[in-house]
Design a protein around this ligand. Structure first.
Ligand code: ASP
Length: 352
């Protein structure tokens, strides 16, 4: 499910409140269960969900390796969700199939949290990033943020740009080599249609001085079909102490982690290196997210945003082989993009 801007802000405010007074929240989720279903590797996201639920006094069940579940017998995502919904109050799912958490939500009787789907999106990392920006800079409106590295496959970048487009006066600098540029659908359907000022460059040194936030990313090795292409771009940008010297004294450096080569360890001691503080913020924001989703579900007065209606058209086909509608028996659905284009409802890919 998608959160409105107001709900997002409420979650961030609750996370800040949790940080200020943890003891008030220690039994908020007593007797409630979170299932973590991870079909793809994860360290921070899965452990931070687990730790978040434990700090709220709740319990956690699930799997971190789909091979140990019925998936290995051929069970579909939607069937697995129908089953797990009988055991848990809320589910966090990471999947290598794009759109899988959305398809799961369509049949689920409990809230589904997308903990990352392929190279498509990673909305709970976005909540973490928003909270980190707020804590580091004091505000989100009006920032200039540079996204550097793998903007093509980096799902955290896609989700964060979407979220930032709802704040006012945010400027985006896209720093990437040609091969790793941001997908068109985000440039067109998000930046252009929401009026976000953006520019593209392949020169990190030139971009750094104007940034309030530098968002570094790992080149997503696991998404490349061609190893030579990965080798060509893997070390495109490396943040070191010299480059930090080009930045504002107040700049915050974020990274969703894990890092490989793109930030040298010499940067870690710089007070502007916020990426390990960002990890801890991930736990607080997930505590707030779990609590709010269950509160809203229990509150008959609260209606989640309805959003647009999907378009059903049997003549259209999603062009993405990694999309749930091409992987399992999920009925393809579409939405209108900008300039008369049609996009897949589940993965945002172009339509054939
Ligand atoms: N941990 C982030 C993700 O799951 C970033 C990364 O893997 O590079 O997308």
């Amino acid at each position: 499910m998608d959160l409105s801007k107001e709900e997002t802000d409420q979650i961030i405010a609750m996370a800040e409140d949790i940080i200020a007074d943890r003891s008030r929240y220690e039994s908020l989720m007593a007797h409630r269960k979170l299932a973590t279903l991870f079909y793809e590797p994860s360290t921070r996201t899965r452990l931070s969900f687990t730790s978040a639920m434990m700090e709220l006094g709740g319990n956690v069940l699930g799997f971190s390796d789909a091979k140990s579940s019925s998936v290995s017998k051929g069970e579909t995502v939607q069937d697995t969700i129908r089953v797990v919904g009988c055991f848990a109050d809320i589910i966090a799912m990471r999947h290598y199939i794009e759109g899988a958490p959305l398809a799961a939500a369509e049949v689920s009787r409990v809230p589904i949290i997308n903990a990352g789907d392929g190279s498509h999106s990673h909305p709970t990392q976005t909540l973490t990033d928003l909270l980190t920006i707020k804590r580091e800079l004091g505000h989100i409106d009006g920032i200039t943020i540079g996204f550097c590295g793998d903007l093509r496959f980096g799902r955290t970048v896609h989700s964060l740009i979407k979220a930032l487009s709802r704040y006012s006066g945010v400027k985006v600098v896209l720093i990437a080599p040609d091969e790793l540029r941001l997908p068109d659908y985000i440039k067109q359907d998000v930046c252009e249609s929401m009026g976000v000022e953006y520019r593209e460059t392949d020169n990190l040194d030139e971009a750094i001085p104007e940034l309030d936030v530098l968002y570094m990313t790992r080149v997503q090795k696991e998404r490349f079909l061609d190893e030579d292409e990965f080798d060509r771009v893997k070390d495109s940008f490396i943040l070191d102490a010299r480059r930090m010297g080009l930045g504002k004294p107040t700049m915050a450096v974020l990274h969703p982690l894990p890092r490989v080569n793109e930030i040298l360890p010499e940067v870690d001691a710089d007070p502007r290196a916020a990426y390990f503080r960002q990890v801890e913020n991930g736990k607080f924001v997930r505590m707030a997210l779990i609590s709010k989703l269950l509160q809203w579900k229990d509150d008959p007065e609260h209606t989640m945003p309805k959003g647009e209606e999907p378009i059903l058209d049997p003549t259209l086909h999603c062009s993405n082989a990694k999309c749930i509608c091409n992987q399992e028996h999920v009925q393809p659905r579409f939405r209108k993009g900008t300039g008369g284009t049609m996009r897949c409802w589940y993965c945002d890919s172009k339509v054939k």
